[in-house]
Write a protein that binds this ligand. Structure first.
Ligand code: SAH
Length: 216
């Protein structure tokens, strides 16, 4: 496949914003060099697509900062045969990265217009293994459970119970958990039926709104 334009900007993004801050999973670094982030950012912000910040994507939602996408992806500790569930599709960029790394990605978005944008972006990139669903992601997607990895890309007061139930034995779940203004990035691992929790620093996300998230 021909590399997408702006490959030099992606290389600099990966070197200075991501590898320099300690992300070392080579598959994650190479996926971030490959996926053209500017395809997922609507104009006029596409010009800034490789800068070290989140950007607006419309409907009051955002695309996460490149480093946060890389960190959450590394924390998922993905294997090529894995099946992954994402809650909060947004523009589809994180889903496209996941699609490069694993066998199957299901991603859920609650705002139909935003899901439409993601579908168009993912088609333009050529993702073939990413399914976008319009629904309340706090309930997960039991049809394809269990998942080896679950990533929540919106701020939640606590990890929705249905998502913990849909995590495979040995699976990893990464989520920003906390209040509206600031959250802590946490990773849960299901092992021998119990759930272990680790903390990975402060983050800021838009709210997860739904039955098992914020009420609005
Ligand atoms: N993963 C995205 C960033 C997502 S921003 C990226 O790669 O850029 C968070 C998204 O979560 C928003 O689009 C918001 O509409 C969505 N969201 C909020 N609550 C949700 C819910 N209950 N179910 C599904 N999506 C939700």
């Amino acid at each position: 496949m021909q590399p997408y334009p702006r490959a030099d900007e992606r290389l600099r993004m990966v070197e200075y914003q991501i590898a320099a801050r300690g992300i070392c999973d080579q598959r994650v670094l190479s996926a971030m060099k490959e996926v053209p982030r500017h395809l997922f950012v609507p104009p006029p912000y596409d010009r800034s697509a490789y800068e070290d910040c989140p950007l607006p994507i419309g409907n009051g939602q955002t695309i996460s900062q490149p480093y946060i996408v890389a960190l959450m992806t590394e924390l998922l500790a993905l294997q090529p045969a894995d099946s992954v569930l994402e809650i909060g599709t947004g523009c589809g960029y994180q889903a496209a990265i996941l699609g490069v790394l694993v066998r199957q990605v299901t991603t859920i978005e609650r705002i139909p217009e935003v899901a439409g944008l993601a579908m168009a972006n993912l088609a333009a990139f050529g993702s073939k293994n990413v399914e976008v669903i319009v629904a309340d992601g706090t309930l997960g997607n039991p049809q394809k459970a269990p998942y080896d990895g679950i990533i929540i890309t919106a701020a939640t007061p606590s990890v929705p119970r249905p998502l913990i139930e849909q995590l495979a034995e040995g699976g990893r779940l990464v989520a920003p958990v906390g209040g509206h203004a600031i959250q802590e990035l946490i990773r849960l691992r299901k092992k021998d039926g119990s759930v272990q929790e680790e903390h990975h620093g402060g983050v800021r996300f838009v709210p997860l709104i739904g039955e098992c998230g914020w009420s609005g």
